[in-house]
Ligand binder design. Structure first.
Ligand code: THU
Length: 130
């Protein structure tokens, strides 16, 4: 099975584990490393709403915590009319580790869009542009 399909399936499965008692908006993410490993995440909300962490960051931090290799791509899935794109905070976090990565956005209707992270976060902050 090709990597895009595997990642979308993994993100869709992770989405089922989303903890979303407040927004009821479940998101799943799955990333792939240069070694072909897949790591997934879901959004985890909190009664103190601002402590919520998005699915994309859960997957990213899990990969870092587990010492996985370089991230090459990530899929994000939600039940939206159009394929959902990652929030600004997640874009910046991903930029830290994988500026060259691609991002595959999918919804439950099977629609997909693919971007480069650099298209989604042009002129990103780096220590070199201060
Ligand atoms: N959320 C994500 O998990 N990823 C995004 O890219 C956007 C938003 C979550 C956060 C919150 O739990 C819910 O979706 C509604 O904003």
């Amino acid at each position: 099975m090709e990597i895009f399909t595997r990642l979308l399936e993994s993100a869709r499965e992770a989405r089922k584990r989303a903890y979303v008692p407040y927004s009821h908006f479940a998101v799943g993410a799955a990333l792939v490393t240069e070694d072909g490993e897949i790591i997934s995440g879901c959004n985890v909300e909190n009664i103190s709403y601002g402590l919520t962490v998005c699915a994309e960051r859960v997957a990213t931090f899990t990969a870092m915590a587990e010492g996985k290799g370089k991230i090459v791509g990530l899929a994000v899935v939600a039940d939206t009319p159009e394929p959902p794109t990652p929030c600004g905070a997640c874009r910046q976090v991903l930029m830290e580790f994988a500026p060259e990565m691609w991002i595959l956005c999918g919804n439950l209707r099977g629609q997909q869009r693919i971007f480069r992270l650099q298209e989604l976060l042009p002129e990103a902050f780096t220590e070199f542009n201060v």
